[in-house]
Design a protein around this ligand. Structure first.
Ligand code: GRG
Length: 294
């Protein structure tokens, strides 16, 4: 079975990459803007959000290809958020996805505009998708805006900036993650469910499932930070270059964070198993998120 799931992931990553390249190629836009967009979009991302979307459509025994434009939109919005997050006025990062950040190569102005272009183009892609009904498109556009905008990812980013150098409670940390990364992960699952023909009840259960895997994704990220830093002598858990960094291991200890991760995965799987879906692939991805190494 695992081999079958691995080949699903590889197949749809390849199809997505082709579709993303084609979507940028057809744009009648300035050359430098297309280059800046392509630079970040084709860098080696894990494509977790599109894969979750395809896997959820598959769980309803529908063709994952039906979600191709929405998957592109998701990856574009995610890529825009990374480009803007790396800017000097935000995290001021030099590297992303193993290569220099967009603003290091194209300058801040074009990096900001590449992000703006990716954000707006994503909605155009869904609006122009001939595979979906008008009702589906309206739902997807509204939900994507809610998940990525001021009630979603942008709210999480604001809370993250406000939290800098502050000691946070677990609830504050979970607000940040629930919005900053969780909302877009939830959209990935719910969009797949909608395209797959889910009932309202199924949507509600899958929303809870996705919230657990969203938290699991973040806890794993924090654990990986610590495991990656273990060899740095004298570097305390929760510290990043002298800045106080609030993470799950910092709040709960490393073992506590691992327990918390385990709880999220168990809850997510229980919800999934109670739904009468073809969910083997989603279960496999849930395990992958819990055990990922990058
Ligand atoms: C600028 C509005 C705005 C939002 C930025 C998602 C985000 C919000 C910032 C990313 C910062 C970050 C390191 C968050 C932790 C979660 C994480 C590891 C995100 C990166 O997502 P992956 O792992 O990245 O899916 P790839 O490169 O694999 O696509």
């Amino acid at each position: 079975m695992t081999v079958q799931y691995e080949s699903f992931v590889e197949k749809y990553k390849t199809l997505l990459d082709k579709e993303l390249a084609a979507a940028v190629n057809v744009l009648e836009a300035p050359k430098v803007l297309k280059e800046s967009i392509t630079y970040s979009l084709t860098a080696k991302g894990k494509r977790i959000r599109p894969i979750l979307l395809f896997a959820t459509i598959d769980a309803f025994n529908e063709k994952p290809e039906l979600g191709m434009k929405t998957a592109c939109a998701l990856e574009m919005i995610h890529t825009y958020s990374l480009i803007h997050d790396d800017l000097p006025s935000m995290d001021d990062d030099d590297l992303r996805r193993g290569i220099p950040t967009n603003h290091k190569v194209f300058g801040e102005g074009f990096a900001i505009l590449a992000g703006d272009g990716l954000l707006t183009y994503s909605f155009q892609l869904i609006a122009e998708d001939s595979n979906l009904t008008d009702k589906q498109k309206l739902w997807l556009i509204a939900q994507l805006a809610k998940s990525a905008g001021p009630e979603g990812m942008v709210a999480g980013q604001v809370a993250d900036i406000q939290a800098e150098n502050k000691a946070l409670q677990l609830a504050d940390l979970e607000y940040i993650h629930h919005h900053k990364t969780g909302k877009l992960l939830t959209f990935s699952v719910l969009a797949g469910a909608l395209i797959g023909g889910a009932s309202d009840e199924q949507l509600q259960s899958l929303e809870r499932f996705s919230q657990h895997i969203g938290l699991a994704f973040q806890i794993r990220d924090d654990i990986l930070d610590v495991i990656g830093d273990q060899n740095v002598i004298g570097k305390p858990i929760g510290s990043d270059d002298g800045k106080l960094k609030c993470t799950y291991p910092a709040l709960l200890t490393l073992d506590g964070a691992k327990d918390h991760l385990h709880k999220q995965i168990t809850e997510a799987k229980t919800i999934l198993q109670q739904l009468n879906l073809n969910s083997g692939l989603l279960l496999y991805l849930t395990d992958l998120i819990a055990g990922r190494n990058n």
